[in-house]
Design a protein around this ligand. Structure first.
Ligand code: NAG
Ligand code: NAG
Ligand code: NAG
Length: 311
Protein backbone atom coordinates (compact mmCIF):
# COMPACT_ATOMS: atom_id res chain seq x y z
CA UNK A 1 0.00 0.00 0.00
CA UNK A 2 2.70 2.40 1.03
CA UNK A 3 4.31 1.94 -2.35
CA UNK A 4 1.65 4.24 -3.86
CA UNK A 5 2.90 7.34 -2.11
CA UNK A 6 6.09 7.78 -4.19
CA UNK A 7 3.73 8.12 -7.18
CA UNK A 8 1.87 10.98 -5.58
CA UNK A 9 4.30 13.67 -6.77
CA UNK A 10 3.88 12.39 -10.32
CA UNK A 11 0.10 12.65 -10.09
CA UNK A 12 0.36 16.15 -8.64
CA UNK A 13 2.69 17.12 -11.42
CA UNK A 14 0.28 15.82 -14.04
CA UNK A 15 -2.61 17.55 -12.32
CA UNK A 16 -0.83 20.89 -12.27
CA UNK A 17 0.19 20.39 -15.88
CA UNK A 18 -3.47 19.97 -16.84
CA UNK A 19 -4.51 22.99 -14.81
CA UNK A 20 -1.88 25.02 -16.64
CA UNK A 21 -3.03 23.65 -19.97
CA UNK A 22 -6.62 24.65 -19.26
CA UNK A 23 -5.45 28.12 -18.25
CA UNK A 24 -3.38 28.58 -21.39
CA UNK A 25 -6.24 27.42 -23.59
CA UNK A 26 -8.77 29.69 -21.84
CA UNK A 27 -6.44 32.67 -22.04
CA UNK A 28 -6.05 32.20 -25.78
CA UNK A 29 -9.81 32.30 -26.31
CA UNK A 30 -11.40 35.00 -28.36
CA UNK A 31 -13.82 37.37 -26.67
CA UNK A 32 -16.67 39.24 -28.35
CA UNK A 33 -18.43 41.98 -26.37
CA UNK A 34 -21.33 44.39 -26.81
CA UNK A 35 -21.77 47.58 -24.84
CA UNK A 36 -24.31 50.41 -25.01
CA UNK A 37 -22.35 53.51 -24.08
CA UNK A 38 -25.30 55.89 -23.71
CA UNK A 39 -24.48 58.93 -25.81
CA UNK A 40 -20.73 58.48 -26.05
CA UNK A 41 -19.51 61.76 -27.52
CA UNK A 42 -16.29 63.76 -27.39
CA UNK A 43 -17.36 65.52 -24.21
CA UNK A 44 -17.99 62.21 -22.46
CA UNK A 45 -14.77 60.71 -23.81
CA UNK A 46 -12.80 63.63 -22.45
CA UNK A 47 -13.76 62.75 -18.89
CA UNK A 48 -10.67 60.84 -17.71
CA UNK A 49 -12.48 58.45 -15.37
CA UNK A 50 -15.15 57.57 -17.91
CA UNK A 51 -12.54 57.00 -20.64
CA UNK A 52 -10.44 54.88 -18.29
CA UNK A 53 -13.38 52.62 -17.44
CA UNK A 54 -14.42 52.22 -21.09
CA UNK A 55 -10.81 51.46 -22.04
CA UNK A 56 -10.52 48.75 -19.38
CA UNK A 57 -13.75 47.14 -20.59
CA UNK A 58 -12.93 47.29 -24.31
CA UNK A 59 -9.36 46.02 -23.79
CA UNK A 60 -10.74 42.68 -22.54
CA UNK A 61 -12.30 41.99 -25.94
CA UNK A 62 -10.97 40.89 -29.32
CA UNK A 63 -14.02 42.54 -30.86
CA UNK A 64 -16.19 45.01 -28.98
CA UNK A 65 -19.40 46.42 -30.41
CA UNK A 66 -20.08 49.89 -29.04
CA UNK A 67 -23.59 51.28 -29.43
CA UNK A 68 -24.90 54.78 -29.04
CA UNK A 69 -21.70 56.44 -30.19
CA UNK A 70 -22.50 60.03 -31.07
CA UNK A 71 -19.37 61.28 -32.81
CA UNK A 72 -16.19 59.89 -34.30
CA UNK A 73 -14.09 62.17 -32.10
CA UNK A 74 -15.05 60.06 -29.11
CA UNK A 75 -13.80 56.91 -30.87
CA UNK A 76 -10.55 58.63 -31.86
CA UNK A 77 -9.89 59.42 -28.23
CA UNK A 78 -10.74 55.91 -27.12
CA UNK A 79 -8.52 54.29 -29.77
CA UNK A 80 -5.58 56.54 -28.91
CA UNK A 81 -5.98 55.68 -25.26
CA UNK A 82 -6.36 51.93 -25.95
CA UNK A 83 -3.33 51.82 -28.21
CA UNK A 84 -1.18 53.51 -25.57
CA UNK A 85 -2.45 51.21 -22.83
CA UNK A 86 -2.47 47.74 -24.33
CA UNK A 87 -0.05 45.51 -26.22
CA UNK A 88 -2.58 45.01 -29.05
CA UNK A 89 -3.28 47.47 -31.87
CA UNK A 90 -6.92 48.41 -31.98
CA UNK A 91 -8.86 49.60 -34.99
CA UNK A 92 -12.46 50.48 -35.56
CA UNK A 93 -15.10 50.04 -38.20
CA UNK A 94 -18.11 52.28 -37.90
CA UNK A 95 -21.53 52.83 -39.43
CA UNK A 96 -22.77 56.23 -40.50
CA UNK A 97 -24.86 58.20 -38.01
CA UNK A 98 -28.23 56.46 -37.84
CA UNK A 99 -31.57 57.58 -36.46
CA UNK A 100 -34.78 59.45 -37.14
CA UNK A 101 -34.36 62.54 -35.06
CA UNK A 102 -31.42 64.88 -35.64
CA UNK A 103 -31.07 65.23 -31.87
CA UNK A 104 -30.49 61.50 -31.45
CA UNK A 105 -28.18 60.17 -34.13
CA UNK A 106 -26.05 57.16 -33.20
CA UNK A 107 -23.35 55.00 -34.70
CA UNK A 108 -22.54 51.33 -34.32
CA UNK A 109 -18.78 50.96 -33.87
CA UNK A 110 -16.81 47.73 -33.75
CA UNK A 111 -13.40 48.00 -32.10
CA UNK A 112 -11.14 45.07 -32.84
CA UNK A 113 -7.60 43.80 -32.32
CA UNK A 114 -5.73 43.98 -35.59
CA UNK A 115 -3.43 41.10 -34.60
CA UNK A 116 -6.31 38.72 -34.02
CA UNK A 117 -9.01 39.45 -36.55
CA UNK A 118 -9.63 40.95 -39.98
CA UNK A 119 -12.67 42.73 -41.37
CA UNK A 120 -13.68 41.09 -44.65
CA UNK A 121 -16.91 42.92 -45.40
CA UNK A 122 -19.42 45.48 -44.20
CA UNK A 123 -23.03 46.03 -45.09
CA UNK A 124 -25.54 48.68 -44.06
CA UNK A 125 -29.10 47.30 -43.93
CA UNK A 126 -31.29 49.77 -45.83
CA UNK A 127 -34.94 48.74 -45.68
CA UNK A 128 -37.02 51.79 -44.82
CA UNK A 129 -39.06 52.02 -41.63
CA UNK A 130 -37.84 48.66 -40.37
CA UNK A 131 -35.53 50.00 -37.66
CA UNK A 132 -34.78 53.35 -36.08
CA UNK A 133 -31.08 52.40 -36.27
CA UNK A 134 -30.66 49.95 -39.12
CA UNK A 135 -28.19 47.15 -38.31
CA UNK A 136 -24.69 47.60 -39.72
CA UNK A 137 -23.38 44.09 -40.40
CA UNK A 138 -19.67 43.31 -40.45
CA UNK A 139 -18.02 40.08 -41.54
CA UNK A 140 -14.87 39.08 -39.66
CA UNK A 141 -12.24 36.46 -40.27
CA UNK A 142 -9.76 35.14 -37.75
CA UNK A 143 -7.05 32.51 -37.65
CA UNK A 144 -7.37 32.47 -33.87
CA UNK A 145 -10.86 31.08 -33.73
CA UNK A 146 -12.19 27.60 -34.38
CA UNK A 147 -14.81 29.19 -36.63
CA UNK A 148 -13.01 31.03 -39.43
CA UNK A 149 -15.48 33.54 -40.80
CA UNK A 150 -18.49 34.99 -39.03
CA UNK A 151 -20.90 37.90 -39.32
CA UNK A 152 -21.84 40.25 -36.49
CA UNK A 153 -25.18 42.04 -36.67
CA UNK A 154 -25.66 44.80 -34.09
CA UNK A 155 -28.94 46.16 -32.83
CA UNK A 156 -29.66 48.98 -30.44
CA UNK A 157 -33.42 48.78 -30.67
CA UNK A 158 -35.87 51.58 -30.20
CA UNK A 159 -37.70 50.72 -26.96
CA UNK A 160 -41.10 51.69 -28.38
CA UNK A 161 -40.87 49.02 -31.12
CA UNK A 162 -38.36 46.57 -29.66
CA UNK A 163 -40.45 43.49 -30.43
CA UNK A 164 -40.86 44.40 -34.11
CA UNK A 165 -37.19 45.29 -34.50
CA UNK A 166 -35.98 42.06 -32.87
CA UNK A 167 -38.33 40.12 -35.17
CA UNK A 168 -36.94 41.94 -38.23
CA UNK A 169 -33.42 40.78 -37.42
CA UNK A 170 -34.59 37.64 -39.20
CA UNK A 171 -34.84 39.63 -42.46
CA UNK A 172 -31.37 41.00 -41.87
CA UNK A 173 -30.18 37.44 -41.33
CA UNK A 174 -31.59 36.37 -44.68
CA UNK A 175 -30.00 39.30 -46.46
CA UNK A 176 -26.50 39.04 -45.00
CA UNK A 177 -26.28 35.25 -45.05
CA UNK A 178 -27.15 35.33 -48.74
CA UNK A 179 -24.82 38.24 -49.48
CA UNK A 180 -21.78 36.51 -47.97
CA UNK A 181 -22.92 32.87 -48.37
CA UNK A 182 -22.37 32.47 -44.64
CA UNK A 183 -24.93 31.47 -42.01
CA UNK A 184 -22.54 31.91 -39.08
CA UNK A 185 -24.30 35.01 -37.83
CA UNK A 186 -24.25 36.53 -34.35
CA UNK A 187 -26.74 39.21 -33.27
CA UNK A 188 -25.70 41.39 -30.38
CA UNK A 189 -26.56 44.57 -28.56
CA UNK A 190 -29.11 46.35 -26.45
CA UNK A 191 -32.30 44.84 -27.89
CA UNK A 192 -34.44 46.05 -24.93
CA UNK A 193 -35.41 42.37 -24.89
CA UNK A 194 -36.88 42.36 -21.40
CA UNK A 195 -39.10 43.95 -18.77
CA UNK A 196 -41.82 46.18 -20.23
CA UNK A 197 -40.40 46.22 -23.77
CA UNK A 198 -40.48 42.48 -24.52
CA UNK A 199 -42.62 40.10 -22.52
CA UNK A 200 -42.87 36.34 -22.54
CA UNK A 201 -46.04 36.58 -24.66
CA UNK A 202 -44.24 38.66 -27.31
CA UNK A 203 -41.73 35.88 -27.92
CA UNK A 204 -44.26 33.82 -29.87
CA UNK A 205 -44.26 36.53 -32.51
CA UNK A 206 -40.53 36.98 -32.86
CA UNK A 207 -38.93 34.88 -35.57
CA UNK A 208 -35.60 34.84 -33.72
CA UNK A 209 -37.50 32.84 -31.06
CA UNK A 210 -40.10 30.90 -33.00
CA UNK A 211 -37.87 29.65 -35.85
CA UNK A 212 -35.36 26.91 -35.31
CA UNK A 213 -31.64 27.51 -35.46
CA UNK A 214 -31.31 30.63 -33.31
CA UNK A 215 -29.69 30.28 -29.88
CA UNK A 216 -30.15 32.95 -27.24
CA UNK A 217 -26.96 32.86 -25.20
CA UNK A 218 -27.83 35.58 -22.69
CA UNK A 219 -30.83 34.26 -20.79
CA UNK A 220 -33.93 36.11 -19.60
CA UNK A 221 -32.88 36.12 -15.93
CA UNK A 222 -29.59 37.93 -16.50
CA UNK A 223 -29.54 41.56 -15.30
CA UNK A 224 -27.70 43.78 -17.79
CA UNK A 225 -28.44 47.04 -15.98
CA UNK A 226 -26.26 48.92 -13.52
CA UNK A 227 -29.09 50.30 -11.40
CA UNK A 228 -30.19 48.28 -8.37
CA UNK A 229 -33.82 49.24 -9.12
CA UNK A 230 -33.99 47.37 -12.43
CA UNK A 231 -33.46 43.70 -13.20
CA UNK A 232 -33.75 43.37 -16.99
CA UNK A 233 -31.96 41.36 -19.68
CA UNK A 234 -31.90 44.21 -22.21
CA UNK A 235 -28.57 43.30 -23.80
CA UNK A 236 -28.37 40.01 -25.64
CA UNK A 237 -26.22 37.75 -27.76
CA UNK A 238 -27.91 35.35 -30.21
CA UNK A 239 -26.15 33.02 -32.64
CA UNK A 240 -27.43 31.17 -35.66
CA UNK A 241 -26.60 27.59 -36.51
CA UNK A 242 -25.07 24.54 -34.86
CA UNK A 243 -21.57 25.13 -36.32
CA UNK A 244 -21.40 28.59 -34.71
CA UNK A 245 -22.92 27.31 -31.46
CA UNK A 246 -20.34 24.53 -31.28
CA UNK A 247 -17.50 26.99 -31.72
CA UNK A 248 -18.54 28.87 -28.59
CA UNK A 249 -17.10 28.07 -25.19
CA UNK A 250 -20.05 26.60 -23.24
CA UNK A 251 -21.39 28.90 -20.49
CA UNK A 252 -19.02 31.72 -21.47
CA UNK A 253 -21.84 34.07 -22.49
CA UNK A 254 -22.64 36.44 -19.69
CA UNK A 255 -22.99 39.97 -18.50
CA UNK A 256 -19.70 41.52 -17.38
CA UNK A 257 -20.52 43.18 -14.10
CA UNK A 258 -17.55 45.52 -13.98
CA UNK A 259 -19.08 47.41 -11.06
CA UNK A 260 -18.10 44.36 -9.00
CA UNK A 261 -15.15 43.34 -11.17
CA UNK A 262 -13.43 46.73 -11.01
CA UNK A 263 -14.83 47.52 -7.54
CA UNK A 264 -16.36 50.79 -8.72
CA UNK A 265 -19.06 52.69 -6.90
CA UNK A 266 -22.36 52.27 -8.74
CA UNK A 267 -22.65 56.04 -9.15
CA UNK A 268 -19.29 56.09 -10.97
CA UNK A 269 -20.47 53.35 -13.34
CA UNK A 270 -23.70 55.23 -14.04
CA UNK A 271 -21.65 58.12 -15.37
CA UNK A 272 -20.54 55.74 -18.13
CA UNK A 273 -23.84 53.99 -18.86
CA UNK A 274 -26.80 52.34 -17.22
CA UNK A 275 -26.15 49.23 -19.31
CA UNK A 276 -23.54 46.60 -18.54
CA UNK A 277 -21.48 44.94 -21.28
CA UNK A 278 -22.34 41.39 -22.38
CA UNK A 279 -19.73 39.02 -23.76
CA UNK A 280 -19.02 35.54 -25.10
CA UNK A 281 -15.89 33.51 -25.84
CA UNK A 282 -15.19 31.69 -29.08
CA UNK A 283 -13.10 28.56 -28.90
CA UNK A 284 -9.57 28.94 -30.06
CA UNK A 285 -7.98 27.28 -33.04
CA UNK A 286 -4.80 26.93 -30.98
CA UNK A 287 -2.49 24.01 -31.64
CA UNK A 288 -2.62 23.20 -27.96
CA UNK A 289 -6.28 22.37 -28.26
CA UNK A 290 -5.65 20.05 -31.15
CA UNK A 291 -2.83 18.43 -29.17
CA UNK A 292 -4.99 17.89 -26.09
CA UNK A 293 -6.17 14.33 -26.94
CA UNK A 294 -2.57 13.25 -27.50
CA UNK A 295 -1.35 14.80 -24.24
CA UNK A 296 -4.25 13.16 -22.48
CA UNK A 297 -3.32 9.72 -23.84
CA UNK A 298 0.32 10.17 -22.87
CA UNK A 299 -0.58 11.11 -19.30
CA UNK A 300 -3.13 8.33 -18.90
CA UNK A 301 -0.56 5.79 -20.00
CA UNK A 302 2.01 7.34 -17.63
CA UNK A 303 -0.44 7.04 -14.74
CA UNK A 304 -1.33 3.47 -15.72
CA UNK A 305 2.31 2.52 -15.86
CA UNK A 306 3.03 4.05 -12.50
CA UNK A 307 0.17 2.09 -10.94
CA UNK A 308 1.20 -1.15 -12.61
CA UNK A 309 4.76 -0.85 -11.47
CA UNK A 310 3.53 -0.11 -7.95
CA UNK A 311 1.65 -3.44 -7.75
C1 NAG B 1 -5.60 39.04 -41.85
O1 NAG B 1 -5.44 38.97 -43.26
C2 NAG B 1 -4.07 38.96 -43.68
C3 NAG B 1 -4.05 39.03 -45.19
O2 NAG B 1 -4.87 38.03 -45.76
C4 NAG B 1 -3.38 37.72 -43.14
O3 NAG B 1 -2.03 37.71 -43.51
C5 NAG B 1 -3.49 37.74 -41.60
O4 NAG B 1 -2.91 36.57 -41.07
C6 NAG B 1 -4.94 37.83 -41.17
N1 NAG B 1 -5.00 37.96 -39.72
C7 NAG B 1 -5.72 37.13 -38.93
C8 NAG B 1 -5.62 37.42 -37.46
O5 NAG B 1 -6.40 36.23 -39.31
C1 NAG C 1 -21.62 28.60 -50.28
O1 NAG C 1 -20.98 27.89 -49.23
C2 NAG C 1 -21.09 26.51 -49.31
C3 NAG C 1 -20.48 25.86 -48.07
O2 NAG C 1 -20.10 26.76 -47.11
C4 NAG C 1 -20.40 26.01 -50.57
O3 NAG C 1 -20.54 24.63 -50.66
C5 NAG C 1 -21.03 26.69 -51.77
O4 NAG C 1 -20.33 26.32 -52.95
C6 NAG C 1 -21.01 28.20 -51.62
N1 NAG C 1 -21.77 28.82 -52.70
C7 NAG C 1 -21.32 29.87 -53.39
C8 NAG C 1 -22.25 30.41 -54.42
O5 NAG C 1 -20.21 30.35 -53.20
C1 NAG D 1 -43.39 33.55 -35.71
O1 NAG D 1 -43.44 34.97 -35.70
C2 NAG D 1 -43.78 35.57 -36.94
C3 NAG D 1 -43.64 37.07 -36.83
O2 NAG D 1 -44.50 37.61 -35.88
C4 NAG D 1 -45.19 35.13 -37.34
O3 NAG D 1 -45.55 35.70 -38.60
C5 NAG D 1 -45.24 33.63 -37.42
O4 NAG D 1 -46.56 33.19 -37.67
C6 NAG D 1 -44.74 32.99 -36.12
N1 NAG D 1 -44.61 31.56 -36.34
C7 NAG D 1 -45.07 30.66 -35.47
C8 NAG D 1 -44.82 29.23 -35.82
O5 NAG D 1 -45.66 30.98 -34.46
Amino acid sequence: MGSFSPRLPLLLLLFSFFTLLVEVVTASEFKICAYNLERFDSAKASKPRVLHTVKRIVSRCDICLLQNVVDSGAIKRLLASLNRYDKYSYRSVSSESLGKSPADMQRYVFIYRMENVNVTGQHQYQKENAFVRQPFAVQFQSKKTAIKTFILVPLHSDPSQAVQEIDRLYDVFEEVSKKWNNTNVMFLGDFHASCAYMTRVNKKNIRLFNSSGFYWLIKDKVDTTVSSDTNCAFDRIVVHGIPFLRSIRPFSANVFNYVKGFKLPRSEAQKVSNNLPVEVNLKSSALLLQATPLLFLISVSAIARSFLSAL
